[in-house]
Design a protein around this ligand. Sequence first.
Ligand code: AP5
Ligand code: MG
Length: 238
Amino acid sequence: MSSSTIAVEQGRETGSKPQPGPILLLGAPGVGKGTQAKELVKLWGIPQISTGDLLRANVARGTALGRAAKELMGRGELVPDSLVNEMVAARLKEPDAVNGYILDGFPRTLGQAHWLDGRLASEGQVLPVIAVSIQVDYNQLLRRITGRRNCPVCASIYNLFMNPPRRDGFCDVESAALVQRADDTEQVFKERMRAYAGLTAPVVDHYRALGRFAEVDGDRPIAAIAAGIVTAVERLRK
Ligand code: AP5
Ligand code: MG
């Protein structure tokens, strides 16, 4: 029996809250995947695994992966599947991922989706993935991208227009000066949208066809979207 099977079985025996299992957050750049993942971490106690954040950490550390990814990310193009899959495989082996995880921004190509499906099947994962696609229109996405600021210490996400910090330019939690991502320009956003439409939209269709799939309106207050995701996941887990 795999460790995740044991965790679910233990949940049933003790009557404790069942684990949500693996959740995929899909959606265009700026749709709110990272923001929602952080809400769901608080609610479910399973980790957020953001491939964008992991890649940026590699770029910052100057690793071989970071050196290979930096220019592609700066242009708004995707990093090759082989590199991203290997990075995700290593992260999924960490002990905090045993009862489930929220994959934020992965899979982003059909190749990545097939790799993940195969990996979960080979592990005997008892809880199949649930994919949640967040929807927001183009003009709103552009405001979210150009207005986004991040805390370099705790990774809190703000928006100058829609979700500003209490003190202009500084994190509410850490008081650190907020930073802007290098790819958060209108020009790079357009490239990221092109990559999304060409390579990632088919991933949404793939999970929609498998049935364990929900679409949520992302143009609402953050807490209302999180509540919508939880309701959808609970319904699909029944
Ligand atoms: P990644 O970091 O994943 O970027 P992305 O997909 O473009 O998504 P974002 O992080 O920009 O947006 P988000 O949906 O997380 O929105 P957020 O919550 O921050 O990837 C970056 C790059 O890495 C890629 O271009 C690629 O090069 C590479 N990469 C990553 N994964 C890869 C993969 N699997 N394969 C290959 N390459 C990969 O919110 C955005 C803003 O909106 C914030 O300001 C926030 O405060 C605001 N906001 C959020 N929700 C709301 C709300 N409800 N109301 C008002 N404002 C809101
Ligand atoms: Mg993000």
